[in-house]
Every structure is written in C-alpha cells, then in structure tokens.
Design a binder for this molecule. Sequence first.
Ligand code: CU
Length: 333
Amino acid sequence: MEYIQTVLLQVDSARLDRASEPDGLLSELDDHRAHLRQQPGFRDLRITRSINPEGNVLIVIETRWGDDASLVRYETNEPNVASIVRKHQDIIVSGSLQVLDMEALRTEASWQPAEAEEQAQQRVIWPILIPAGVLAFTLLVVYGLSRVYLEIRGDGATALAAGIAIGVIIIAFFVAANRNLKGWHIASIVMLCAVVLFGATIWAVVEEDPSEAEEEEVAEEPADGGETPAEGGEEGAGGGGEVVVTMDDNFFDVNGEENPALSAGAGVETTFQLTNAGSAIHNMSINDGAFVSEPDIINGGDDGTITFTLDAGTYEYKCDFHPDAMLGDLTVE
Ligand SMILES: [Cu+2]
C-alpha cells in the first residue's frame, strides 16, 4: 500500500508569480524531482493548487512512497519538500503550513490486482465454457435427434429430418443476411434450438418405454397365435399342454431335468415358452441358428418364446451364449 506525505500551504494569489520564478518555490520543487527519483521507495510527486482566482491559494505537495520506512527516511534527511517549503516562508501565509503523513486505504494500483484476477478468471472461464457449450450442443443434436428419429420411425422421421435441414438453411440464411445481428440474437436462436431439442429429446426418451412395450406385445402376438398349432404339435408328440423351458446359469431346465431331450411334431409350428430364471443372458437356438428365440437375448428374469417348424429328424437346441453347457437334443417325429 502507498504512503503519502502531504504538505499543505497557502500563498497569497498576488505572490503566486514569485513561486514560479527561477529561484521560486515551484522551480526548486521541479529541481527536487531529480533528488526524489534517487530515493528508494519513491513513486510520485504531485503538486496541485486550488482554483480560486483571488485571495489565498491552497497548494498541496504530495510525495508518494511504496513503504513507510522510505517515507520516514526521506522526511528525516534534508533536502525534502518540507525543508524546501520552509525556505520560502516569505510567500506563505503564516500559520498555513501543514505536513501530514498519510497511508493510502485504496489506490488504483491496489484495485488492479483484483480486477486483473477477475479478468484472468474470465480469460480462463470463457475458453473452457465455449468449447464445453459447443460440445454439449453437438452431443444434444446427435443424441437428441437420433432419439427423436428412432421414436418417430419411418416416413415421419424422413420428413422431420428434411424439415430440420430446411430450417437450418433458413436460419443460416437469416443470420448471414442480417449483418447487424448482435451476439445475443444468435445466442438466443441457439438457446431456443437447444431448448426445443432438449424438450424433444426428453419426450423421445420418455415415449420410448411404451413403444418398447408395444414391440413386446407385437412379438408376443404371433406367439399367442402359434399356440394352437404348437399345442397340436405337442399333442402329436405325445406331450400334454405347453412346453415351458427354464433357462438357468448355465443349463436348460424342464421339470427339474437339466438339458433334457425335447420333442415336437414334424411339420407343425411349435412354440416353447422360455423363462430366464438365472442372472446371465441366455437364449435358445435350434438347428444351428435356423430358429432363434424372440427376443434373441433374454435378460435374467425376462421371458421369451421360440417358434419353429421342422421336418422329422433329430436336431440340436442350445444357448448361443453358453453353447458348451446349455445344449440338448430335439426330436421331431
Ligand atoms: Cu445361456
């Protein structure tokens, strides 16, 4: 922080000209600058006067110092401002001389480091925020649009993609044609797009679950439809009712029998109900993948079906994920 010696004095305005003469007070103070500059800790000399045109003029002589020790060293060794002023008692209004030692509470120099730090932070923050924002927007576009397109499917998605492409071109044309657009205009457009896209993404993600449920229903429908012939097939094979195959880690289980021999009727559409009672993923495929369960990956706790029609013969059934442990024979007759 700065330390300031302030010398206050009054001069009769009629005598002010004498202060500027070659041996006058102001001339001597001008010469004193060379001495001041050699003093350690010296920063600045400032001489000001009040601007009243008549009567006594107040003159303030300030010397600024980087530390109080420098100021004290200067004050206790002549020449200094006070000693020079005292040589010119003849022009000074008697009793008007004051010498004050002051300590700066705030200076431009003391504010600057804090401001510089703030600016430095902004210089750091923006280069991080802008690329992060661009990346987030890009991810939102890539992820969000793909979710929306997947959700809509088919011609609707194609039409939407075309609409969005046209929209992008129109906005780009609008921005390019209006050269006096401000930064916040463009930022508003980007924000608006981001908000709409964000909303659409949330809609697509929320809507996804019911659509998956529909898919499952669709997948189950043919299975249900296939039950009658399947039952017929099982009856034809001598079995009764629906065949339920449990998949565990890692074996097939039918009525407590591991990887049992299964049977079905020749030329009859047959469906096995599949239940994954384990925690690993499993499935069932018959005749080296000629028929595969629906879904082809059944998670732990989930159900599935496998529907097939085969000519008479012996075939292998297995789990594609554990083909060495989960396999057995399927006899079709
Ligand atoms: Cu398996």
